[in-house]
Design a protein around this ligand. Structure first.
Ligand code: BDR
Ligand code: CA
Length: 334
């Protein structure tokens, strides 16, 4: 058994978030401590329900799922039904969750788990950073209490996918992203035990393109009738149709599982340390991640930004881990 990294996934589930949950469930080197849910791809309550359904599909109904922030403080809520479908999981339909949501809120869960296992847990945010920003208000020492923090979010040299300069997760709550990046920067500057967050933006996640041929490999491995394969087929069909309409290819960027994969195995990405702040007020640029690549501001780096990814190893591993999970689950009552 490999050494297991304890992780909390903060998700706005979402098709690619669902693949990240399946990836984590299929990873022997991950201990999935909990999932906290936020608005983003869909409303937070729907994201929480989707998260429960996916974890139950994966045989991980034991994982605590907490509802987090349902609104932003200062901006209107946006969701993305055109990208992820009216309920967030494309064309897929899953049985209603059997389990209950946690009595804890998402931010409270993050704070309590970090306090109970100081320096051990890695938080991975795959949606807007609102839950984490609220958790930081409640526990400013979170950068030290967490063993690590990684995010899917931002467009550091790449163009945006929501506006020309903004990536969806940061776009949805720029104030939260700014608070998080600044807090980690301040903590890392004063405490050498605090490591910089690992940031996977569109620069690398758009190299992870899941194609029909990848789905075919998964189908060969686990069988078309397998419930996880059936789920992926129906969810990804919607996601691929979306990318065909907006990006000109029939396939899908699988942003969120790449962030989980790179957290568990840093060799999948090459990073550069850079100072990043978030624009919160520009008419054209609110939500832009402004990276000081040329060190013009004199500010110390606060993020390790992924600048290259081994996308083909990542995609092979995605198929291997979710395929392995699907095979292990076949024949079990769902
Ligand atoms: C991010 O936005 C969402 O649509 C995806 O789930 C991913 O987290 C990509 O910009
Ligand atoms: Ca997401």
């Amino acid at each position: 058994m490999p050494q297991r990294t304890p992780i909390i996934l903060d998700v706005d589930t979402g098709i690619d978030d669902s693949l990240a949950l399946l990836y984590a469930a299929g990873s022997e080197d991950a201990e999935l401590v909990a999932a906290t849910c936020v608005f983003g791809n869909t409303e937070a309550a729907t994201a929480a329900r989707n998260t429960q359904m996916i974890l139950e599909l994966a045989g991980r109904g034991d994982v605590e799922v907490a509802l987090g922030c349902e609104q932003l403080l200062h901006r209107p809520l946006r969701t993305a039904p055109e990208t992820h479908g009216p309920l967030g999981l494309g064309h897929a339909e899953l049985p209603a969750p059997r389990g209950s949501l946690s009595p804890r809120s998402g931010p409270d869960l993050i704070v309590a788990e970090a306090r109970s296992r100081p320096g051990e847990i890695t938080l991975i945010t795959l949606g807007p950073l609102t839950n984490l920003a609220v958790a930081l208000e409640r526990e400013p020492d979170l950068p030290r209490l967490l063993g690590g923090y990684a995010l899917m979010g931002g467009a550091y040299r790449a163009s945006g996918n929501t506006t020309p300069t903004t990536e969806w997760n940061i776009h949805c709550d720029p104030d939260a992203a700014r608070a998080v990046f600044r807090a980690w920067g301040a903590a890392a500057a004063t405490n050498p035990a605090v490591s910089r967050p690992l940031a996977l933006g569109l620069d690398v996640t758009e190299q992870g393109i899941f194609l029909p041929s990848h789905l075919e490999r998964l189908t060969v491995r686990a069988g078309a009738a397998n419930p996880i394969v059936r789920y992926m087929t129906d969810a990804l069909r919607f996601y691929m149709e979306f990318h065909e309409r907006y990006d000109g290819f029939y396939g899908a960027f699988v942003h969120d599982p790449m962030a989980v994969a790179a957290t568990l195995d840093r060799t999948l990405v090459r990073t550069e340390a850079v100072h990043v702040d978030v624009e919160t007020s520009g008419d054209l640029t609110a939500g832009m991640t402004v990276a000081d690549w040329r060190h013009l501001t004199g500010q110390a780096p606060n993020l390790d930004v992924a600048v290259e990814a081994d996308a083909s190893t990542f995609l092979d591993r995605l198929i291997d881990r979710i395929g392995g999970l699907a095979v292990a689950r076949s024949g079990m009552a769902l």
